[in-house]
Design a protein around this ligand. Structure first.
Ligand SMILES: O=C(O)CCC(=O)C(=O)O
Length: 285
């Protein structure tokens, strides 16, 4: 049985028109599937339906799964018969709290995962460092409290959103629970992107010996928050298998999960861990 999966990364520009952003996502996924009938999974960027900006979050928030973006993704997944990892949207719950949420849709249109970003993005980087970056999602958003593991075909996939990928503990927990792929819809900015984007992705892959996938918005120099782009597929050897540039780009790639077992067999670090020592030293592993 084939252990392969064909996936698409949609590195799309995001503007202020929510309906237009959703239409663009639907049209682009439809086009990708028409040109690549073998496509099984489409992945969208963080905040793909509205600007990634504190003052915008409340304006384009919606209920999950009743909201318009969610319904569009559900119908599209069913129509095309594919999985969709729906980047992220701003979710509003019944207590009016807002979350940065990734929804995951099965080929029958059912919602099979809802990940509320666990680690809210909060940095204050001074301008001397590549122009600097100040952001505090906690001003507007509430953090999630759950891991989100979904089944894509035969494969267990762990979901995180952008800043979540800085936290090795989360990736380790997913690995412990049997994941062979981690997906992080993301939107690093042009300050931290050059320093940490690829490094973090390859680090998570090296530690856990699995595929690590990111999908980012296209760069737009006119927006308040300038995204770095560079959507990327890193394989379980921690090699960059595919990488987008900065602009709008649709990537289709087939990944082979046999590689996960191959790496784990040849470099068996998981079995070599000294849990006895770590536990004695106080680690919660
Ligand atoms: O962790 C970072 O440096 C960037 C994170 C980010 O942009 C986000 O979480 O949206």
């Amino acid at each position: 049985m084939s252990n392969k999966l064909t996936l698409g990364l949609l590195q799309l520009p995001v503007g202020g028109d929510v309906a237009g952003n959703v239409r663009q996502a639907v049209d682009s996924i439809t086009q990708l599937k028409a040109e690549n009938p073998q496509l099984q999974l489409a992945i969208l960027p963080e905040s793909f339906n509205g600007p990634y900006a504190i003052e915008h979050f409340g304006r384009h928030a919606e209920r999950v799964p009743e909201g318009r973006t969610c319904q569009a993704l559900s119908q599209l997944a069913r129509k095309l018969g594919i999985y969709i990892i729906g980047g992220s949207i701003i979710e509003r719950d019944d207590q009016n709290k807002l979350y940065n949420t990734c929804t995951v849709w099965a080929p029958d249109g059912q919602l099979i995962g809802r990940h509320r970003k666990l680690h809210l993005f909060c940095v204050n980087i001074e301008p001397e460092q590549l122009g600097g970056c100040q952001f505090d999602e906690g001003v507007a958003l509430t953090a999630g409290n759950e891991l989100t593991l979904v089944q894509i075909g035969a494969h267990k996939v762990g979901i995180g959103i952008c800043h979540d990928k800085r936290f090795e503990e989360l990736a380790r927990l997913y690995r412990n629970q049997g994941c062979s792929m981690l997906v992080y819809p993301s939107a690093f900015c042009i300050c931290q992107g050059p320093m940490h984007w690829e490094l973090l992705q390859r680090a998570r892959a090296t530690d856990n010996q699995l595929f690590v996938i990111t999908c980012a918005p296209a760069r737009n120099n006119m927006s308040g928050y300038v995204a770095y782009g560079h959507s990327m597929i890193v394989d379980p050897w921690a090699r960059v298998q595919r990488e987008a540039g900065e602009g709008r780009e649709l990537i289709v790639e087939t990944i082979d999960f046999d590689m996960v077992d191959e790496v784990r067999r040849q470099i068996p670090i998981y079995k070599q861990r000294r849990l006895d020592v770590y536990e004695r030293a106080g680690a919660d592993v």
